[in-house]
Design a protein around this ligand. Structure first.
Ligand code: ADP
Ligand code: ADP
Ligand code: MG
Length: 480
């Protein structure tokens, strides 16, 4: 297996920076690709080689397979890392990369198909004895759907087989509302994912979301790097993640890890991947789906195990075997990640765009910031609104909470609304501090009014003044 000399990262933002940082440390030359609005973005600046894709919309740039292959060819790349989002879970892309004679940093397209589609993954999980959320393991036809729904009971969820990112899910409260919801879910799934197949799942009230990180090499070895708890969500999307999961028993942790390994082994899955479960109050766990890629929240696992997941992805891709056994994987202290989104928590978490007039990420002991922006840069509407992730590690959960809170307090951002003070509200909530997490935490505890509309700091006032001066300058020309 030949070594990787040049790696093209088919992504943007913090994850494109994070992947390049490890690759460069390993002596691998990196290629950044970029769109029109990202011309001056940090992931482009730090790259050894840059390639302009064109356009700003995703389909003209980061989702454009022919252009990405052209970029790889033109820059002499021998491997492509897809990051997360965009084309990371697209088997057609993985296949096209392979057919172009390049290494795809991820599972084979076949394994991706076996696990990436929720229905296919559920069927396989069932075969290897991984517990499923009660529901239909297969996609339902219009004819059988209502009868299946009655069998499962209400409330239930209609989910798109090809769904992801918190999209393509619809909760139905009653039999009367079912058929209309089904028709709507189908057309939404068709529009968003190009596939109208849907399946049904019982709605588990107030569950926890706990997932298992796995790593598998090309020689048949696979390990799990413990769990991450990702129950703090808004719109079924994670905002705070941590490892280990508070109060999870050792027995359940191990049972979940082993279930995850059974599934990835049955699928012939290699590389990093995540098996997601929901867990009820009695620690019964139910398989949800597999994310066949590196996940947003992977740094909390890195913080407690000391392993660099991107480094291992690159090593595995070059044929290296996992050099440690399951028992030898450390699990030290506690780590929590906050996703900093350019969204306004005071108005339903609507995306917020603008220019980052002031942008100063925090530093500090046990604090890691995975960042993709810098001061002066625009936050475009075209892509996912996540700006950065702040990860704090501490010897205990309390220490990690405290460090993260302090770091977020120091994170100065002026120009767009962010989720920073919302995250701080959660971190300081007694229920969170007691580890009483579940997926309805935000709904139950958060009201926009709890965030004070604080007065501007002197620094923010100065930044605003600069903005006003700049607008005046562009309208009226230089001041005399
Ligand atoms: P993770 O699963 O890594 O914790 P998310 O679920 O938030 O994180 O997804 C990571 C990114 O991928 C987000 O930008 C999300 O919008 C995007 N994403 C995930 N799945 C899909 C999909 N099927 N289609 C489009 N975007 C997706
Ligand atoms: P996605 O592909 O969008 O990540 P998932 O199936 O992983 O979709 O579910 C995302 C989130 O939706 C979960 O973390 C959980 O909060 C909620 N959820 C999913 N399935 C159920 C269910 N059967 N009952 C209750 N909540 C669920
Ligand atoms: Mg999921």
């Amino acid at each position: 297996m030949k070594p990787i000399r040049t790696l093209l990262v088919a992504n943007r933002g913090e994850i494109a920076c994070r992947i390049q940082r490890t690759a460069q440390r390993m002596g691998i030359r990196t290629v950044a690709v970029y769109s029109e609005v990202d011309r001056y973005a940090p992931h482009v600046e730090m790259a050894d080689v840059r390639y302009f894709l064109g356009g700003s919309a995703s389909h003209e740039s980061y989702l454009n397979i022919p252009k990405l292959l052209e970029a790889a060819q033109a820059t002499g790349a021998d491997a492509i890392h897809p990051g997360y989002g965009f084309l990371s879970e697209n088997p057609a892309f993985a296949r096209a990369v392979r057919e172009a004679g390049l290494v795809f940093i991820g599972p084979s397209p076949e394994a991706m198909e076996r696990l990436g589609n929720k229905v296919a993954a559920k069927l396989l999980a069932q075969q290897v004895g991984v517990p499923l959320v009660p529901g239909t393991p297969q996609a339902v036809t219009d004819g059988e759907a209502l009868q299946e729904a009655k069998r499962i009971g209400f409330p239930l969820l209609i989910k798109a087989a090809a769904g992801g990112g918190g999209k393509g899910m619809r909760k139905v409260e009653s039999e009367e509302a079912f058929l209309e919801a089904l028709a709507r879910a189908r057309s939404e799934a068709q529009a968003a994912f190009g596939d109208p197949s849907v399946f049904l799942e019982r709605y588990i009230p107030r569950p926890r979301h706990i997932e298992i990180q796995v790593l598998a090499d090309l020689h048949g070895n696979a390990v799990y790097l413990y769990e991450r708890e990702c129950s703090i969500q808004r719109r079924h999307q994670k905002v705070i993640e941590e490892a280990p999961a508070p109060h999870l028993s050792e027995k359940t942790r191990q049972a979940m890890g082993e279930a995850a390994l059974r599934l990835v082994k049955a699928a012939g899955y290699t590389q990093a991947g995540t098996v997601e479960f929901i867990v009820d109050a009695d620690e019964n766990f139910y398989f949800l789906e597999v994310n066949t890629r590196l996940q947003v929240e992977h740094p909390v696992t890195e913080a407690i195990t000391g392993l660099d997941l991107v480094e291992w992805q690159l090593r595995i891709a070059q044929g290296q075997a996992l050099s440690f056994s399951q028992e030898a994987i450390p699990r030290q202290g506690h780590a929590i990640e906050a996703r900093i989104y350019a969204e306004d928590p005071r108005s339903g978490f609507l995306p917020s765009t603008g220019i980052l007039y002031k942008y100063r990420p925090p530093t500090g002991e046990g604090v890691r910031v995975d960042n993709g922006y810098e001061e002066g840069q625009p936050v475009p509407l075209f892509y996912d609104p996540m700006l950065a992730k702040v990860i704090a590690w501490g010897p205990t959960r309390e220490a990690a909470i405290q460090r993260l809170d302090k770091a977020l307090l120091e994170f100065a951002i002026v120009g767009v609304h962010t989720t920073t003070d919302f995250v701080r509200f959660v971190l300081n909530h007694p229920a969170f501090q007691a580890g009483q997490t579940h997926t309805h935490f935000v709904e139950e505890h958060f009201r926009p009014e709890v965030l004070d509309s604080r007065p501007l700091t002197p620094e923010e006032k100065a930044a605003l003044q600069t903005l006003v001066d700049w607008i005046a300058y562009t309208w009226y020309g230089p001041f005399s």
